[in-house]
Design a protein around this ligand. Structure first.
Ligand code: NOJ
Length: 768
């Protein structure tokens, strides 16, 4: 009996969490999925007593609370629905007491007393806000990213939450798309590492602990490739591109044991994701063996009516038959599935499967043992705690990317007289960045406050100088969630004059500029991704003063910065840092922290270059930079991005030398070690992200000119060297071929190591 129970527990653990084993720097992981979903005897007996209505009720996810609603439809009569067993979970509500009362309603007033699952978009922190995900990805520091997810989970669970709709791992190569801010950039290898780190951080080692929460990888699939960068728009992509370049981060999250998956809004192969049987039956359930919970995005089932594939009953039927389990807000399942069962287009078994997956998630969280277990923590101890703020400050500093630093204008000496200008220098509302439902908007430290905290009073002046934009209509749209763009009562001329006067009396000008927080994020696509004209005008005026100008940039997307890169002396990209932004900006400006972030998205020269990314295929007429006719290039701009993937400067310098291969030829049972000597040639300690790229020179299909296949973030003392090694083995060289087989192919390869995706050294090897 004891043995059977232990066996059962082990099986349950394996089924839900998947198994992990590490080899070198890779994770070989898998998820075991039996045909049926095993429930504990207690939950099984509850399941057996459920009516069809109650089962369908479990598939219903309602939204309640004051948090941002991301669609037109809202949930109604929630209390009555909970009492009648028509709700499986709720999201959007914060606060232990409110959640406890709602749970009491479910436990005490519904027939079977099945507890609810409570979720929220904990995207980059809870009350303490960490850098936006795109910023965090620029740390290339998986330990830090996992820790950020862990601390976010500590805060959110202390406040009663148990399910987060994160991580978003959609590969994004179009900076017009506002949601590029929410992901880890353009690369699948890095994106996969981030997916694992975040899932591990949120879910911890044991989901039944009261400080761990179920993660939700989203948006499956390929949401980041929407046409023209328009949100919710069509995605059309070859299967090979999806398998080789867009799917890996979702798969990595599954292999790391993620408990839930969210559908995407887009169509793929002309079928909306929430009804896409290729995505959900063939790939997710059959090939990847995922047996956790699939939730739709907000009203994504209802939206399939607009996609033109049927009425609400038809689209709901298609979603459940595609193995989608939970319907977010739209109530298509609640209102139509019973009819579909009567008509024989949906089987009871299909509804059973979905219901069992939802019960399984609740069981894994321990809710059937104690529905109130998440409400016994002490939020006061966790929310905005010094420990969380300290991690926030370190993570903002680690996210910053130094894009330019002519004549070492940075770091600034404390005796320098600084003119601090720009519309984001004193703008608390914008520091958090997009998509922070719970973030405390009063908590962030502004850059001006960072100056006040760390510099002496007489050493700087402040003037706003310009508005984020002078375009009132645009400002109105951006301000949908609060006043982020504040158009000053003064004229632009008056504001510029004040900034010019301060600039004239200073040694250096620090201009804090960029985007308002909600110029990126959901429904925030932009066709112009440069600084707004109001800001350029100020910079051009300041330039006439002939003083060094440092641009401190707040942004949620790669921007077009050609004029700025040519005319300004330094550019420090902060992204959006969250609660501790201002302190961390000053940490870096005065050199208390040496910047070490590297770009995870290429910065285009102009919008006309999009998409531009490092892992492109070659063409039959390769670009040779001549910009001549009959080459794959533009006549008016270069093909190369302004700042490439992997790029980022430091206050010190690194030299790469003596690259070596342990053998010239690799066979399938061997490892090949490639190494390089990295020397810190400057005068201070610094961190460097050493990057390894591989090119499969000849294969059965055209392969990228380089693909990231390894990276290490290291720290080196001044004047010291470290030999950095990467292991290459045959599995690392696999890809999906035209027959959709995942295989390596023998032949010639190139391996490149460097400080970014362009400045690399190359050696050749063969796979036999
Ligand atoms: C819509 C967004 O696409 C999704 O990412 C989010 O989790 C849901 N709204 C819930 O807020």
């Amino acid at each position: 009996m004891k043995l059977t129970f232990t066996f059962y527990l082990a099986l349950v653990f394996l089924v839900f969490c998947g198994c992990k084993s590490n080899k070198n720097n890779k994770y070989d992981t898998f998820t075991i999925a039996p045909k049926s979903i095993l429930l504990s005897p207690k939950v099984e007996s509850i399941f057996k007593s459920m009516t069809l209505d109650e089962k369908i009720g479990q598939l219903n996810l309602v939204r309640s609370g004051a948090s941002v609603k991301t669609g037109e439809i809202v949930s109604s009569n929630i209390r009555e629905k909970i009492a009648s067993g028509s709700v499986g979970g709720m999201f959007g509500t914060q606060g232990v007491e409110l959640l406890r009362q709602t749970q009491e309603m479910a436990v005490n007033s519904s027939r079977l007393g099945i507890p609810l699952i409570f979720g929220l978009d904990v995207i980059h922190g809870y009350k303490t806000t960490f850098p936006i995900p795109l910023a965090l990805s620029c740390t290339w520091d998986m330990k830090l990213i996992e820790q950020v997810a862990r601390n976010s989970a500590n805060e959110a669970t202390s406040d009663g939450l148990m399910w987060t709709f994160s991580p978003m791992v959609d590969i994004a190569r179009d900076p017009r798309w506002g949601r590029i801010a929410e992901g880890g950039g353009e690369d699948p290898f890095l994106g996969s590492a981030i997916a694992r780190a975040m899932v591990n951080g949120y879910q911890g080692s044991n989901l039944s602990n009261d400080n761990t929460m179920i993660a939700c990888v989203k948006h499956f699939a390929n949401y980041g490739a929407s046409e023209g960068g328009r949100d919710y728009a069509t995605v059309d992509m070859s299967k090979l591109r999806a398998l080789n370049e867009y799917f890996p981060p979702y798969k990595a999250a599954i292999d790391a044991g993620v408990g839930s998956v969210m559908t995407s809004f887009n169509v793929l192969d002309y079928v909306p994701a929430s009804a896409n049987t290729y995505l959900y039956n063939d790939i997710l359930r059959d090939q990847w063996k995922f047996n956790g919970l699939v939730v739709t995005d907000y009203t994504a089932i209802n939206e399939m009516v607009n996609h033109g594939i049927g009425d609400l009953k038809e689209v709901s039927k298609r979603a459940i038959n595609a193995n989608v389990d939970m319907d977010m807000v739209g109530e298509g399942f609640l209102n139509t599935l019973k009819k579909s069962v009567d008509e024989g287009t949906v089987t009871i078994e299909q509804i059973d499967k979905a219901c069992r997956r939802i019960l399984k998630a609740k069981e894994m969280l321990g809710l059937f043992d104690d529905p109130y277990k998440y409400f016994n923590n002490n939020p006061k101890k966790e929310l905005l705690s010094p420990k969380n703020r300290q991690l926030a400050r370190a993570s903002v500093a680690a996210s910053m990317v130094l894009l330019k630093n002519d004549k070492s204008v940075l770091p600034l000496s404390k005796s320098t007289k600084i003119a601090l200008v720009g519309p984001l220098a004193d703008s608390r509302r914008n520091m958090i960045g997009c998509w922070s439902v719970a973030g405390d908007h009063d908590a962030p430290i502004t850059v001006l406050e960072g100056f006040e905290n760390q510099l002496s009073k007489g050493s700087f002046t402040y003037a706003k100088g310009c508005n984020i934009t002078d375009n009132g209509k645009l400002a109105e749209r951006i301000n949908a969630f609060g006043k982020e763009v504040n158009i000053d009562s003064r004229t632009p001329k008056e504001m510029i004059a004040e900034a010019m006067e301060n600039g004239a009396n200073a040694d250096v000008i620090v201009a804090v500029m960029g985007e308002a927080a909600d110029m990126t994020g959901e429904a925030s696509s932009m066709a112009h991704i440069g600084l707004q004209p109001s800001q350029i005008k100020l910079l051009k005026a300041l330039k006439t003063l002939n003083k060094p100008i440092v641009l401190v940039l707040f942004n949620g997307r790669p921007m077009t910065l050609v004029w700025e890169a040519e005319n300004l002396d330094a550019i420090l990209d902060v992204w959006f840092g969250g609660t501790e932004s201002g302190n961390a900006v000053v940490d870096v400006l005065i050199g208390n922290v040496n910047p070490s972030g590297k770009l995870t998205t290429s910065f285009p020269v102009s919008v006309g270059q999009i998409p531009v990314y490092h892992s492109m295929l070659n063409t039959g007429r390769p670009n040779d930079k001549s910009q001549k006719k009959f080459k794959s290039n533009y006549l008016d701009i270069p093909n190369e991005p302004l700042f490439p993937f992997g790029f980022g400067l430091s206050y010190t310098t690194f030299r790469y030398s003596d690259m070596q291969l342990s053998r010239p030829t690799l066979s399938s049972n061997q490892d090949l070690i490639v190494s390089v000597l990295v020397t810190n040639t400057g005068n201070q300690k610094g961190k460097e992200v050493v990057q390894m790229y591989i090119r499969d020179v000849i294969a059965s299909i055209s392969r990228p000119m380089k693909e990231l296949k390894g990276f290490q973030k290291i720290e080196i003392e001044a004047k010291e060297s470290k030999r950095i090694e990467f292991i290459i083995d045959e599995p690392l060289l696999k890809f999906y071929n035209s027959k959709l087989e995942y295989k390596s192919e023998v032949g010639k390869f190139e391996v490149m190591i460097g400080t970014n995706s362009v400045d690399v050294q190359t050696l050749k090897f063969k796979l036999k």
